[in-house]
Design a protein around this ligand. Structure first.
Ligand code: NFE
Ligand code: MG
Length: 509
């Protein structure tokens, strides 16, 4: 038996440490720990509620729009405005969140995960005329290999042409991501961390020229997804079929739904093995802190009553992530969860897109519950969002209102449950004397990357790694491939702060 420690796991967002025990190449135990502490929920305490949708974006620079959206929805609820947001405001929130989904998914696939499968050193002997590829070749020839190495070696299987195509799309994806941000900025002023989504709607104006510009960006983004992203996934499915057979997590999938288009991304809890799909009951969500660096007195609280009381160095703890549980069980969240819940939950758009990709790849939809399947599900979701978003843009009404006038209530409680690129996202707020009295965010990577709970049940990423085989303990590429397929973001999932020097007794909010 030996232990392998990967710390930090690179090409993800944030600080993740993974320890695995292996015996004769079989992983017997995995522990996933978030090693960073931050502090956003605490910072929100005692502030004007209207500041929070702006501040909450600072939980993360990759998915800030999801936090703005969830926070604005929580405030709509607490202010008594749920269901009253002007149609333009609802659509703009969807469009801006969609732009961030596209940016985030394309970032994750091309700039973080693809290098697990695409051998970038194949560009070394590139003799063609593409100026960008020649620039990468010259860069590598100078001996500057970061950010492409260090990497785990030993399992690059694409043809030379396949690798070159992957590298070309890696570069093209940089421009596409800029376009996603520019699209969002048309309505948000800037990106990351736009300035217009707030309680009551979106503080901008819809004009015909902005609609035309947004549509043109969206069409260009969709072209890239159809011409590069989906074909690249099919190329990987052909070259790495074994990656479609490993890496299943807890096989219990949770989605809160996302975007306002009726029936497109339904909410649900799918138990894949039992084949059951249930409605989501938010009352069944709790956060366990048995193996997390938080005070045991806060164990098992529902988010609406949640507290954040850090206990650095707590005996037996190994992560700054709490362990969210639904009815006591861990759940996988993310594009795979949304695609499987949508497939079972009657979304015609999802069913058609999943069936099309699966038939082109020659696989069954259940094969998506795997390391490479998570990438395929994310690509399908990207295509759906890129296509539907154009309809949402066309639904905007120039000159019509986008936001309500609001008044801060003395008291209120609210919840905003939606989807972030990485999965189900919930924000819970309570307001007292017109100020934020408490705030809790339960975030996708907190679900996926959670440590064990009081029942000893490992989190979804831990479960996905346990039982995997590794060929070479010095190059555990199987482990990082599986971890990256979840697209972890540790900034989102810890969001707890340490005040200068020591933890403050008043840190609980
Ligand atoms: Ni920092 Fe995030 C997304 C959220 S992940 S990227 O998507 O919320 O936990
Ligand atoms: Mg939290």
């Amino acid at each position: 038996m030996s232990k392998i420690t990967i710390d930090p796991v690179t090409r993800i967002e944030g600080h993740l440490r993974v320890e695995v025990e292996q015996e004769n190449g079989l992983i017997t135990q995995a522990r996933c720990g978030g090693t960073m502490a931050r502090g956003l929920e605490v910072i929100f305490g005692d502030r004007d509620p209207r500041d929070i949708p702006i501040l909450a974006q600072r939980i993360c620079g990759v998915c800030p729009q999801a936090h703005a959206t969830a926070s604005a929805m929580a405030m709509d609820d607490a202010f008594g405005l749920k269901g009253q947001i002007p149609p333009n405001g609802v659509l703009l929130r969807d469009i801006m969140l969609a732009a961030n989904f596209l940016q985030s998914h394309i970032l994750h696939f091309y700039h973080l995960a693809a290098l697990d499968y695409v051998d970038i050193t194949a560009v070394r002997d590139y003799q063609g005329t593409d100026g960008d590829l020649k620039a990468v070749r010259d860069f590598i020839e100078r001996g500057v290999l970061e950010p492409f190495v260090p990497r785990y070696e030993g399992d690059y299987r694409l043809s030379r042409e396949g690798n070159i195509a992957g590298i070309r799309h890696y570069l093209g994806a940089l421009d596409v991501r800029r376009n996603c941000h520019e699209l969002l900025s048309l309505f948000g002023g800037k990106m990351p961390h736009q300035c217009t989504v707030n309680v009551g709607g979106v503080t901008t104006q819809v004009t015909a020229d902005r609609v035309a510009a947004a549509l043109s960006y969206a069409r260009e983004i969709e072209e890239f997804v159809e011409a590069s992203y989906l074909p690249d996934i099919l190329m990987l499915a052909e070259a790495y079929p074994d990656c479609l057979e490993l890496g299943a997590g807890c096989s219990r999938f949770l989605s809160y739904g996302v975007f306002s288009e009726e029936g497109l991304f339904p909410a649900g809890l799918l138990e894949l093995e039992e084949g059951t799909l249930q409605e989501v009951d938010p009352e069944r969500i709790t956060e366990d802190v048995t193996r997390s660096f938080y005070d045991d007195s806060t164990n098992g609280l529902a988010p609406a009553a949640g507290q954040t009381v850090p206990r650095e160095g707590k005996e037996g703890a190994y992560s700054w992530l709490k362990a969210p549980r639904y009815a006591g069980q861990p759940c996988e969240v993310g594009p795979l969860a949304r695609m499987l819940v949508g497939y079972r939950g009657g979304s015609g758009v999802i069913r058609e897109a999943v069936d099309e990709l699966c038939s082109r790849a020659g696989i069954e939809p259940t094969a998506l519950n795997s390391t490479l399947g998570r990438h395929a599900a994310r690509a399908v979701e990207t295509a759906i969002v890129a296509r539907r978003m154009q309809q949402w843009i066309l639904g905007l009404q120039p000159g019509e209102p986008c936001v309500l006038a609001v008044e801060v209530p003395d008291e209120g409680r609210g919840v905003g449950m939606t989807g972030a690129p990485r999965g189900a996202l919930g924000h819970w707020v309570s307001i007292e004397e017109g100020k934020v009295a408490s705030y809790q965010a339960v975030v996708p990577t907190t679900w996926n990357g959670s440590p064990r709970c009081s029942a000893g049940i490992p989190g979804p990423i831990e479960q996905a790694i346990e039982g995997e085989s590794i060929k070479d303990p010095d190059n555990p590429f199987e482990v990082v491939r599986t971890i990256r397929s979840f697209d972890p973001c540790l900034a989102c999932s810890v969001h707890v702060a340490r005040r200068r020097g020591s933890w403050s007794a008043t840190i609980a909010v």
